[in-house]
Write a protein that binds this ligand. Structure first.
Ligand SMILES: *Cc1c(COP(=O)(O)O)cnc(C)c1O
Length: 728
């Protein structure tokens, strides 16, 4: 315990509870509900007010409250248990006892421990928890889940990303349904992150030579169990104003900012890891944004006397690229003059011509980050089977034989992050001790049949009530600010009946996600909602990118219908979708609705989270659902067909959606016996958990990354290093 920030927090606390400070600074608590309960128990109101931030909670909680906690036996026993779990975890990750010996999951699956340097995982965003709003959506949440799983399995990994001063925007909906974006600066010193210091105890500052100036950045660290995540922050007075704001916001639409962000993350990540003495054996690029990292690694070798071509080959040999974007506009590309402006001269340093350099990123005349990433990586993958096919078709023009070397590894979710505490207790009881260590084994989940309907339904009802009270309390907090029209209070879910069917729809409001598909037949929608015997309730949430006008118009269209008294308060829009809202939704709804226009959903992960908690998926056969659906574990909207005409596809899918709701889903949910238990529904719930929980977990996903990607690439790295040695 040498970090001054951690020490200073611990020193504020009574001796008996001192190590709370240590736990607060390790995001291990974000996937251990008992640790969260511990913080909550100390001061429940402050826990909510701080948006679940243990560092702020411990700094602000009055001393007398801490003093009385020292005499609260429930707090103390929770504290002791949590510390015991934490210490065991930090000693070796989630562990498997084998003949009395403890081995990490990595060792259990792959034999001896990983002997190479760590895997470096680079990403523009990481969605770890609501207190660290350094994510916009699924890409970031996936990145964070990937790091958490690496920690659980005992795979050495380091992450590198940005610490955004204003995070992603907070969403407010005006009375007429228009999305407003609010940006609030974060207070870094009160977040569960620490500043990285140099050998003499001063903040570490790294310098990057960029065209015409030097950019400085400092570094923060989020500790994720055993995995460190380093976060770059250019908000230093030494920098020009336009460089200070490089780490201000996610996804700037300004191309100058964007390319400079990509340079800072790409080159900065190499400089930073070198400064910390970390020598990765594999470099994993999450999306094309960090791909410039290859330039810096090539430059290092060229400066040691390597020829460019050999240096590039060595760098490629242990670089992996994961693409996520089947929508062409989602792949960053820059005109060549733009690259001239911001990378001018870099080709001289690398010992190649401008033309050779531009060829590396050639995207039919422009410089594209995805083609560049593909050319500097030995391996590449899409994030679902269907997306792999789409990505190969999208990039086949780059390859003379027409075969793009892009495989796929389907995304998963970090089970412990997304599983409701009460559901976890049920699984602990029926799936057998240590089921977490076997969570990707389908065999583990056959034990679901042992859970009595009564017990399963009672947890489901609890989670539905929790969602309803979450919406009510958010609405109340908003109401007392005097900034809301009463109809917005209704629209935010205060009239939801937790006993009636609840459907959830939460995702980015991009047009291809078709949030308004249900509005194709408003009359039918209103009949479903207002059925006096079998009412349907639908909860929507999601943000449109601030510069996406069509996306914002979708929210407005939907909001008009939600606000209409005809919707009876049963259609709801929760403002400001984030990880906290997502958690309540995926745990509390009965049906998870997803309506992307095929094949634009690369994978999607929220439906996996919902399934884990006992919601049933109702989705277009796109992304992961193509692989997940078996006909008995949820419903497929439309067929496995991609239409040439978008309107025709929308019409067909809307009809299919209404037919499923009217004829299958609503009647099945309300088919309850004398005890009020929907037996047939619970059969589907069980089949959904049984088939989806093991397969669509980050445990299964990371094992595939290790076998197919990390281990072969790490071997390449050793080969390249011995080359390096021979050369020297
Ligand atoms: C899981 C998650 C996502 C990704 O969900 P999709 O299925 O890809 O839409 C986005 N945002 C948040 C906050 C999430 O938790």
């Amino acid at each position: 315990m040498t970090d001054p920030a951690v020490e200073s927090l611990c020193s504020l606390l009574p001796k008996r509870l001192e190590r709370l400070g240590e736990i607060a600074y390790n995001l291990w608590w974000t996937w251990h509900p008992e640790a969260q309960r511990l913080f909550q128990r100390i001061e429940p109101v402050l826990w909510e007010q701080t948006n679940h931030n243990p560092v702020r909670l411990l700094r602000q909680v009055p001393r007398r409250v801490l003093n009385s906690a020292v005499h609260d036996s429930r707090v103390l026993s929770l504290y002791d248990r949590t510390l015991e779990d934490f210490d065991r975890y930090m000693a070796s990750g989630e562990v498997q006892a084998e003949r009395g010996e403890l081995v990490t999951l990595y060792e259990q699956y792959f034999g001896e421990s990983w002997r190479n340097g760590p895997v470096a995982y680079l990403s523009f965003e990481f969605g770890l928890h609501e207190v660290l709003p350094m994510y916009a959506g699924g890409l970031g949440v996936l990145a964070a889940d990937h790091l958490k799983e690496a920690s659980d399995m005992g795979l050495p990994m380091v992450g590198v990303g940005f610490l955004y001063l204003q995070g992603y925007f907070r969403q407010r909906i005006t009375e007429d349904g228009w999305q407003e974006a609010l940006y609030e600066p974060l207070d870094f010193d009160n977040l569960p992150i620490t500043q990285v210091l140099d050998a003499s105890g001063n903040p570490l500052v790294i310098q990057l030579e960029m065209v015409g100036r030097v950019v400085h950045f400092r570094v923060w660290k989020a500790q994720i169990g055993c995995v460190p995540l380093y976060l770059i922050d250019t908000g230093l007075h030494e920098n020009r104003p336009e460089d200070r704001v490089l780490t201000q916001r996610l996804y700037s639409p300004d191309p100058d900012t964007r390319i400079n962000q990509e340079l800072v993350l790409g080159i900065g990540s190499v400089r930073l890891l070198r400064a910390l003495g970390i020598q990765p054996s594999v470099w994993h690029l999450n999306e094309g944004h960090p791909a410039f990292t290859a330039l810096e690694r090539v430059r290092e070798l060229v400066q040691q006397g390597w020829e460019f071509a050999r240096a590039l080959e060595a760098v490629r040999s242990n670089t992996l690229f994961t693409t996520h974007t089947p929508v062409p506009a989602g792949n960053d590309r820059f005109p060549q003059w733009h690259v001239d402006r911001h990378l001018r001269g870099i080709w001289n340093v690398l010992g190649i011509s401008r033309e050779e350099f531009m060829a590396l990123g050639d995207d039919r005349g422009d410089f594209g980050m995805t083609p560049f990433a593909l050319r500097v990586s030995a391996k590449a993958n899409g994030v679902s089977r269907l997306h792999g096919e789409v990505a190969r078709a999208m990039w086949q023009w780059m390859y003379p034989n027409g075969d793009a070397p892009i495989s796929h590894i389907t995304n998963g979710i970090h089970t412990q992050t997304w599983l409701a505490r009460r559901m976890r207790k049920l699984f602990d009881r029926y799936l057998g001790v240590g089921w977490i260590n076997r969570l990707d084994d389908p065999e583990t989940w056959t034990m679901l049949d042992e859970i009595p309907d009564e017990a399963l339904w009672s947890v489901r009802k609890h989670l539905k009530r929790k969602l309803a009270s979450f919406m009510r309390e958010r609405a109340r907090a908003k109401w007392v600010t005097h900034t809301q029209h009463p109809v917005q209070t209704i629209a935010s879910g205060v009239m939801i009946d937790p006993n009636a069917l609840i459907i959830g729809f939460a995702r980015r409001f991009a047009t291809y996600k078709r949030a308004t598909l249900l509005l194709q037949h408003v009359d039918r929608l209103m009949r479903l909602v207002n059925n006096p015997y079998q009412p349907v309730q639908i909860v929507f949430a999601g943000k449109a990118h601030p510069s996406d006008e069509p996306g914002k118009r979708l929210i407005q269209q939907l909001y008009q219908v939600i606000k209409n008294a005809d919707a009876a308060g049963r259609l709801v829009f929760i403002e400001d979708y984030d990880i906290n809202v997502a958690r309540h939704l995926v745990q509390g709804v009965d049906v998870w609705l997803n309506t992307p226009r095929r094949p634009y959903e690369a994978s999607g992960t929220s439906g996996m989270k919902a399934a884990l908690n006992g919601a049933i998926n109702l989705s277009v056969l796109d992304g992961w659902w193509c692989e997940g659906w078996n006909g008995r574990n949820g419903w497929a909207i439309g067929s496995e067909q991609t239409y040439a005409d978008e309107d025709e596809q929308d019409r067909a899918d809307a009809l299919s959606l209404f037919e499923l709701l009217e004829n299958v889903i609503v009647p099945m949910y309300y088919d309850m016996d004398e005890e009020g238990i929907p037996r047939e529904w619970l059969k589907w719930v069980r089949e959904s958990i049984r088939t989806i929980a093991p397969q669509f977990s980050t445990r299964r996903m990371l094992r595939e990354y290790i076998t197919e990607m990390y281990l072969p690439l790490a071997c390449n790295a050793s080969a390249a290093l011995s080359l390096d040695a021979n050369h020297g």
